[in-house]
Design a protein around this ligand. Structure first.
Ligand code: SF4
Length: 180
């Protein structure tokens, strides 16, 4: 029987949630037996070819490119789970929502103390456009589950992952639930 397929992505995240996934350590060998890895930074596969059973999303949406990737994940993943504070509520990157995009860009590229005189905000057409604010994933597409933490612990990710991949409802014990 074909193994379930797993995809992961990092949008406006720091890759810390992926590092926490790798923190399952020797259970990575069990994971390899349990799933076929599809589109993911872990295998550097950049596009979907077939439908995938489970998608894990790290990071919220800060740019048009983030939105495009998230929509591709929604389209191809039967179950889509927001992993970590950034995907769930925007996380630390969403602090910029209180300041405004223009003010952030000017502080970074025009007025900051380490910026050289005459510098300007980058506007190369190859750069993804930033959104007016940072959005949690569920404000862009339907999300089926939420795994909190910054990052969620390896044990929490493993518990949720193995439950979902074996067709059970994830039941995280209280000790594995955290938001920091
Ligand atoms: S939730 Fe925390 S660890 Fe995960 S991507 Fe965001 S900042 Fe990084």
């Amino acid at each position: 029987m074909a193994k379930p397929r797993l995809a992961t992505c990092s949008l406006a995240g720091c890759f810390g949630c992926h590092m926490s996934l790798l923190d399952i350590d020797e259970r990575l060998l069990e994971l390899v037996d349990l799933v076929d890895l599809d589109r993911s930074p872990l295998d550097d596969k950049k596009a979907f070819d077939v439908p995938v059973d489970l998608g894990l999303v790290e990071g919220g949406c800060a740019s048009e490119h983030n939105v495009q990737v998230l929509r591709e994940f929604r389209e191809h993943c039967r179950w889509l789970v927001s992993v970590g504070a950034c995907a769930i509520n925007g996380g630390v990157p969403a602090l910029r929502n209180t300041i405004g995009l223009r003010a952030c860009l000017e502080e970074a590229y025009v007025r900051g103390p380490t910026v050289e005189a005459g510098a300007s905000i980058p506007d190369d057409e190859d750069l993804p456009l930033l959104l007016d604010r940072v959005y949690p994933c569920h404000e862009i597409v339907k999300i089926d589950g939420f795994l909190p933490g910054c990052p969620p612990s390896a044990d929490a990710i493993w518990t949720a992952l193995t439950a979902l991949l074996t067709g059970q409802a994830p039941r995280l014990p209280y000790r594995l639930l955290k938001y920091d």
